[in-house]
Design a protein around this ligand. Structure first.
Ligand code: SAM
Length: 234
């Protein structure tokens, strides 16, 4: 049986029993293999844009004897997904801007997808904003820390509402804030230390660039402090 890291395990926990999944950027293929082995997904499509990772996934799928249940496809993002083939699309382990590009370019197939399980590794604010622009709403969000690195995992569904998130919700996640998520609290305290440290180091510089950077860091610190206050007072 395949064992997953805490991050992949958390992503797997977002997938509903009986799902037909497509894993975009599958790399090693461990996630679809695990989901089929655990009888969480009934069918899987493992996709990657690069031949090397895809053949690695193919080897692992063959070793697990799951060629009948997991198809592999070489392609960019969702381009090789036929509408209606998957009810759940998973995209994880890539930067937020790349994941948004994949979602935007894959609109031909994504209309038929019921839910997206997404774990962007950068620019969470821009990613949440991009999801809203794509008409996707985050209905569940989790945050974990593994090996000193923070990860967010989101479930998003098609949405017709016009709700506009506040700045702190875009930056730190509305659901995580509402839940007073303990890992978010840890992350905010960690960010406070980092930003305060940067500010102290920048304090002596008199050049205009140093002042601009100080201002930028102060602003970021203000957002972090406001989020901490929001969590503490609720
Ligand atoms: N999803 C796995 C995870 O979270 O552990 C693997 C993440 S791995 C860091 C990123 C994978 O995405 C690589 O195998 C890479 O080839 C693939 N990838 C990058 N851009 C892609 C794209 N536009 N379409 C499909 N796969 C892509």
């Amino acid at each position: 049986m395949t064992e997953l890291s805490k991050r992949l395990q958390t992503i797997a926990s977002f997938v509903r029993p009986g799902s037909r999944i497509a894993d975009v950027g599958t790399d090693h293929g461990f996630l679809p293999i695990y989901l089929i082995e655990q009888e969480i997904a009934s069918h899987g499509i493992a996709m990657d844009v690069r031949k090397g990772p895809l053949s690695r996934a193919q080897e692992h799928i063959a070793e697990a004897g799951l060629e009948e249940k997991i198809e592999t496809r070489l392609g960019n993002g969702l381009e090789k997904l036929i509408p209606g083939e998957a009810d759940t699309v998973i995209i994880a382990g890539m930067g937020g801007p790349l994941m948004l590009d994949i979602l935007r370019a894959g609109s031909h197939a994504s209309g038929d997808v019921e839910r997206f399980v997404l774990s962007p590794q950068s620019d969470w604010r821009g990613f949440r904003l991009g999801l809203r622009e794509l008409g996707l709403q985050i209905v569940r969000e989790e945050m974990i820390c593994e090996d000193g690195k923070y990860y967010v995992i989101m479930e998003a569904v098609h949405d017709v509402s016009t709700r506009v998130e506040e700045e702190s919700e875009l930056r730190f996640g509305r659901l995580l804030l509402e839940e007073k998520h303990p890992v978010l609290l840890e992350y905010l305290l960690w960010q406070t230390d980092i930003l305060t440290g940067i500010l102290e180091k920048l304090c002596d510089g008199e050049k205009p660039e140093a002042e601009r950077r100080r201002e930028q860091i102060r602003q970021e610190l203000n957002f972090v402090e406001a989020a901490l206050e929001q969590i503490r007072k609720r």
